[in-house]
Design a protein around this ligand. Sequence first.
Ligand code: HC3
Length: 438
Amino acid sequence: MPEVEGGAVPTQSKGSWSSFLKSIASFNGDLSSLTAPAFILSTQSLVEFSAYWAENTSLFVAPTQEQDPAKRALLVVKWLLNTLKQQYCSRSEKLGSEKKPLNPFLGELFLGSWDDEFGQTRLVSEQVSHHPPVTAYCITNDKYRIRLQGYNGQKASFSRTIHVKQIGHALLTLYPPGSDIPETYLITLPALHIENLIYGAPFVELGKFIHIASTSGYVAKIDFSGRGWLSGKKNTFTASLWKDGEGSEKSPIFTGDGQWSESFTLKEGEGKRAKEIITFAPKDANLAKLNVAPVDQQDLFESRRAWSNVAQSIEKGDMDAASHFKSRIENAQRALRKKEQEEGRKWERVFFSQADPNDNLEVAFQKLVQTITNQGLSSWEGVAPDKTAGVWRYDDKRAAVAKKPFHAEGLLALGENPDGTSAPVSRTTTNQSATKAG
Ligand code: HC3
């Protein structure tokens, strides 16, 4: 790795950025194990990222209003393309670069809702596994009868830069107008890599492709490319949508192209004779505000409450305090896991449980997996239970009885005393507390 020159790295952090770059060249693929310099640390935890899926509530619910199944599938593609800017560009645009998010602890929650002319769209995001790290989420709008749920983990590797594979998938279920038969869309997750790392202002580029397959028989493929060394525009894609068994990627009903972060076009037909039917500019889109309870009214397991001391310390630039508060949570978590093991108990998830293979959704899901793997994929890690501690689904029964306080462990899980001081942690766990912030 060359030494850092110029770029966005503060002068006093050049040494630590160089060390960070050297450390990632040999890291083990676990992104949560990276210790990054203070200037690149985010105060936001990864459980919050689930909100990016539905910030444009109007596009999220739009497919439920479309009678024609092919056009409905196209509206799903449009909604999905619009989410990408929030998912992969918003932090760089807001903060100047992609930062290192806080690693969620097991049971961490992020709860909120968008309340607007489309009714209430509720978000539940829960860290369902810590080793490996897996976040599950569910976004529901009852008025429009639409739900998105999914889970994801990440597998990283290093070759010139950080490459990240997302393990997991999303399932969108809706009811077509006037119908009580659900339609489900399986959505695969894109591979990404980090650009501009060397200059200390990293940002995300998407790679390869994703698929969307629907129980209505429609299949879409979106191919990603970015700004190359010599040519190309950032965040570029091409898309095709066809009916399985009738068309194909090469003979689609609809096509699309453009920049998912700026503006794009969706067309009927393909090639020169294609007719533009939708143009959309995510850069000008109106996003709804996510309502999240004020920190002092949050449950102890809610992300912003749990990480408040760490976040405030990072904001103040007090990295010793940030390390102290971060280690306090990590040590308390280790002690909790040890206690569970000794008592032969498992951590109870509040909103999610393992998929039940006999459930109608799973039967539909298995068929959609088949559709996707039939598209000539050599391997697909969208379902890899060994890498995501299972296959996670929103559990309506659990959710119906979920109420604050969500866990009896309370402050013990965070290593806090009621007065905010640190609770003592057993000796077996304190010797592992050398974690630096980041
Ligand atoms: C790779 C990533 C963490 C994972 C983030 C995911 C894949 C999480 C699920 C969301 O739905 C989509 C998403 C968007 C961005 C992904 C993050 C980008 C960078 C971050 C790394 C852990 C940070 C690496 C550190 C540094 C300093 C290079 O930014």
